[in-house]
Design a protein. Structure first.
Length: 131
């Protein structure tokens, strides 16, 4: 009986489209037209900057100040509730970003977002212009 259930679950996982299994939920604190704007807000209020072009359910060509990703909407909503208790983060909301498409945008379907995150982590870049 248990082996039959395990077999059925395995078959269901093979049948379901990958996008159904690959959703990420974020707390969106705000979206901005430039990366610099978003980075300034994230630096002063917390969160990090997400390029919205890397997810199929986010409005493209923006930079979002986010918290997450979370595996479920419930986890994200619980965290948002904690963040808003002190009256901060007005207008923040939970959003299902959909399937990640960073591999497609970078032209390398073998490169996973997890590998990128592990390799690069949270980077801070300072640009100095000189003659």
């Amino acid at each position: 009986m248990i082996s039959r259930i395990v077999s059925m679950l395995f078959i269901m996982l093979l049948i379901l489209p990958a996008s159904v299994l690959a959703n990420d939920f974020y707390i969106i604190n705000g979206t901005y037209k430039t990366q610099i704007q978003a980075q300034e807000i994230a630096a002063s209020n917390g969160g990090w900057v997400l390029n919205t072009n890397f997810y199929n359910q986010l409005q493209p060509n923006l930079y979002a100040v986010v918290r997450g990703p979370f595996k479920t909407k419930h986890e994200a909503a619980k965290q948002l509730s904690e963040l808003t208790k002190a009256g901060r983060y007005a207008g923040s909301y939970v959003k299902n970003a959909g399937a990640i498409t960073i591999e497609i945008k970078m032209g390398n379907k073998k490169l996973s977002p997890q590998t990128l995150g592990a390799r690069h982590g949270d980077r801070h870049i300072t640009r100095i212009e000189e003659k």
